[in-house]
Design a protein around this ligand. Sequence first.
Ligand code: TXA
Ligand code: MG
Length: 339
Amino acid sequence: MTVVINIREGLDERKIRIAARFILEGKLVAFPTETVYGLGADALNEKAVKRIFKAKGRPADNPLIVHIADFKDLNKLAREIPEEAKLLAERFWPGPLTIVLPKKDEVPKVTTGGLDTVAVRMPSHPIALALIRASTPIAAPSANVSGRPSPTLAEHVIDDFYGKIECVIDGGETKIGVESTVIDLSDEKPTLLRPGGLPLEEIEMVIGEVEIHPAVRGKLVDVARSPGMKYKHYSPEAQIIVVEGPMERVREKIKELVKEYQGQGLRVGVMATEPYECDEFFHFGDTEEEFARNLFKALRELDKRGVDIIIAEGIEERGLGFAVMNRLRKAAGYRIVWA
Ligand code: TXA
Ligand code: MG
């Protein structure tokens, strides 16, 4: 049975305690963070963490992020905390930044997908913070079945997990909409493993230049440092095509493609910044923040409306646009049309 706890308005400590008890009993609780919903379990309880992998259908070598609510919890999880980690944590926590560090023995290998490092993040959502404080550090991947778009609404979590997990906290729509930025500080050179809710530009203002792992750009090279990068991701049922290039040409290309696919008898969805004649349209947004907030919702929604193909307008890669385009290209399986 799945208990759905509604905390859309005002933090209710009594409700938080119910969810915290589930976590302490080794059960699974989905909860909102400022990025996307997470599927949480006690990070130090191997059995509980194993259930996360099972529920999601997630490969065992794809490590989880451990969520903390207090700076001193970082010392319990990480063996070494380099100066850059301290600077970034001080500046950006709580917030959409995950830092990978050498792990302590207390962190089970199940949690870290067999790696000697642990990914840690302090989320800023008041429900997430209260839940962790009332229980323990919580391991939580995004609360979607592996390969599906990440959840930005409790309804998305319920669609994927109703009856399969003990509890969902409904805290309304998540604010940022794309997952946290993941940076690896366990090695000599700071390396970006996943662009996300904290723009890379902001990180570089604090610690200087950051290397970008080639897999971020879709290159299938050595993925040992973040096994998550090698799996297919974020895909709805419909096939996605991303159209990139100068705006004018992109618009013409999208119109052309809609006609072409409709001509083949397909139902065509478009997500773009301006409306198109097509079977189902989703307004992507007008700012980087809106693109990020709408991305996963658009993919799930267009799927529900039963389109066969989704044509998505590419956006600029600066700021949050880097994370948005990273997710979109992956969701499309790198089917990109250059206009
Ligand atoms: O915003 C977020 O980060 C959300 C919310 C719930 O906090 N969580 C999330 O988790 O997106 P997940 O599991 O969907 O993505 C975690 C990413 C994966 O790409 C994984 O491979 C990487 O972080 N990761 C986790 N631990 C790692 C480690 N020790 N070394 C390298 N990469 C790691
Ligand atoms: Mg995920």
